[in-house]
Structure formats: C-alpha cells, structure tokens
Design a protein around this ligand. Structure first.
Ligand SMILES: *Cc1c(COP(=O)(O)O)cnc(C)c1O
Length: 362
C-alpha cells in the first residue's frame, strides 16, 4: 500500500478510508482558500458552519434519518452516553431494561444503576456471550422508561441479527462499532449513539440520533453539557464541538454516498466477513468464537483453543504487516476488526496468512 501503510485490524481507533486521509492531507494547510486549517478555525465561522451543516445533512441522507430525529455531535465517547441516557430518559418511572450481550452493554447497565432501577431483561453471560438472545427470551417490563441494547458487541464479536420488539417502550442502541456499516431502519429506534472512532472519524466525536419527543426535562442534577435538549436547541454548538473529527466525519459520509450508500457498503462488508467466516467454518485449527446466527460483520473473533498458539499467530501476523489481531483481554483469542475502511484485499491477505499458518502448525 502507498505510504508503507499496513493492514490495521484495530477495534478502535481504526482504519479510515485512504481517500479521506489524502483529502484531509491536501486541505490541512489551507482549507479551500480560507487561509487556515480546519483545526485552526472558529467553530462560529461561516466556513465551519458549512462543514458541520454538511456533515449533518449527509448523515441524514446516507442513514435515511427521519425528520423527527435530531442529530447531535457530542464529546465524551460512547461511555459518557452510558450516563447521559439514564439522566435524560429515566425520568418517568425511574427504571429501564438492559440486555447484556457483552462488556459494553454490561458497563452501560452498571452506570445506569446510579440513576434508577435497572432490570437485566436478558443476558448471555453464562454462555460467555457467544450469542444474542432471541425475542422470546427477553423479560421486558412494559413500564420501563427505555430498553438498552448494544447492537454490535465489539469485544466478543457478536451482533443482533434482528431489531427487538419493545412495544411502546423506546429502544436505545449503542451502535459504536457498526454505525453506517449497513442500512438500518432508524425509525425502529428512539435513540442511536456511537463513538465515532470505530467506523466514522478520529476519536473525540460522539454521534447521538434521538427522536424529538424524547427531548424533555432530564433528572435535576444533570450537567448542562449532558442535557440532550440543550445540546439539540444549540445545534451541538452550546460550546466548542469536536471540530476536526466532524470534518473527517463529513468526508467519510461523502465517501459512503459516492460509493452508492449503505446498501453498497453492506454488500462489501458481507463479502469481507463471509471470506473470513467461510474459512473459519472449514478450518481445523481456528474456530469462530461466536455462534453462527449471532456473528458480527465488523469484529470477527476466533481462536485455536491453545493460548500459546494464539500468541504465536498474533506475533507472526504482526511481522507480516497486520496489526492489532490480539483479542481483547477480557475475551482472549484473536479479533479481526474489519470496519468499512478495511479493503477486501486486507481480509484476503489475512485469510491467506491464516491458511499458511494452519498448514505450518498442524
Ligand atoms: C468502543 C465502544 C464503546 C466505548 O467507546 P468510547 O468512545 O471509548 O467511550 C462503547 N460501546 C461500544 C459498542 C464500543 O465499541
């Protein structure tokens, strides 16, 4: 690859499209005749206003976001949303349902307990989070203020293959590691949030897509900076927004639009994931960690069953120009994060390497 870049399988921050990086490079000293970098300009300037408005407009277009939803550009990462969501939404009955399918959904539930009653409506913890629960396993409370799910489990490598039916109760989804990887019916969700550093932009930007009727009075002690209604009223400009990540986000959205949108992105992602999973299904050395009906297209987890051999694999893969294939410390094994910006060739290179490794070690 150009610039001696390697295939980076990091779970986040992760690869960005080369086209976007090169465009950013070409504009870094003087953004379109403004005489300055986007990093240096006032967020209240006319030239920046166009960037943030374009980012929102493109996100609405690419994700097909209905008009009765606000798009917010916030900071604090997905982890701050673990607190913001209960502070803003646990306001009617003071309770919420959480479905625990991995590390981040469990963290979200723990944080929410500080602000009200948390009911664990389902969990697959006893099965080492190897699958997503089915609809009939969910013990939902019709009086809950909302139901929280993590749509793609970055660490364990699982993903929901259906949108749970929560009746009239608002559905809230952490989409940090799958946002914009495929078309999603936004109207089925009350709130979608994502840290941008997996699939959209550099770290520092958090995207929140929230249905307008949920913008109300948060719990009384809620900081201004954590109040959705205030952030929405000020078009994400109550204070200085994460200007540069929003600019990169805008260019990633242009890249998505120009390729044909999320339908095309989904086809590409399916092709990449299938290449890896098809091999895992036939390999005698490597096994996928997640059950077949719950596998993530974005984070593919696998193992040999022998920790020493896993370590040897990661070491040799690193030497061959593939970084960050070691699984998260809480899940073990290996993980290949193959987000939107990972080219098909990168997955092909990995699978060919795995085949050679299998031959040499069996
Ligand atoms: C990475 C990640 C988080 C944490 O994101 P931060 O932006 O670092 O707070 C939360 N949820 C999911 C699903 C993630 O992938």
């Amino acid at each position: 690859m150009a610039y001696d870049r390697i295939y980076n399988f990091s779970a986040g921050p992760s690869m960005l499209p080369e086209e976007v990086l090169l465009k950013a490079q070409s504009e870094v000293m003087n953004y379109r005749g403004s005489g300055m970098s986007v990093m240096e300009m006032s967020h209240r300037s006319k030239v920046y206003d166009e960037i943030i408005k374009d980012a929102e407009r493109l996100m609405r277009e690419v994700m097909n976001i209905p008009d009765n939803y606000k798009v917010l550009f916030l900071q604090g990462g997905a982890s701050l949303q673990f607190a913001m969501i209960p502070m803003n939404l646990m306001t009617k009955n003071g309770k919420a349902d959480y479905i625990c399918t991995g590390s981040f959904s469990s963290k979200a539930a723990e944080e929410a307990k500080k602000y009200g009653t948390v009911n664990i409506a389902a969990t697959t913890k006893s099965e080492n989070f190897a699958r997503i629960p089915q609809q009939d396993e969910l013990k939902l409370d019709p009086e809950a203020d909302y139901v929280h799910i993590c749509y793609n489990n970055t660490i364990y490598g699982s993903a929901w293959n259906y949108i749970p039916d929560t009746g009239k109760v608002p559905l809230v989804a952490d989409m940090s590691s799958c946002i914009m990887s495929e078309p999603v019916d936004v109207s089925k969700f009350a709130l979608i949030y994502a840290g941008a550093q997996k699939n959209v932009a550099p770290a520092g930007l958090t995207i929140v897509i929230i249905r307008e009727d949920l913008l109300g009075e948060p719990l009384p002690f809620t900081p201004v900076m954590m109040n959705y209604a205030i952030m929405a009223k000020n078009d994400s400009m109550y204070n200085t927004p994460p200007c540069y990540p929003i600019y990169i986000c805008k260019m990633v959205l242009e890249w998505l639009r120009d390729m044909g949108g999320l339908t095309v992105m989904r086809e590409r992602n399916i092709k990449k994931a299938n290449l890896l999973y098809d091999y895992l299904n036939t390999s005698k050395l490597f096994k996928a960690s997640i059950q077949e009906n719950s596998r993530s297209m974005m984070n593919v987890t696998f193992r040999t069953g022998d920790e020493e051999l896993d370590a040897k694999f990661v070491k040799e893969a690193t030497a061959a120009g593939m970084s960050n294939l070691k699984g998260h410390r809480s899940a073990g094994g290996m993980r290949a994060s193959i987000y939107n910006a990972m080219p098909y060739e990168g997955v092909e290179y990995l699978v060919n390497f795995m085949k050679k490794f299998e031959e040499a070690n069996s």
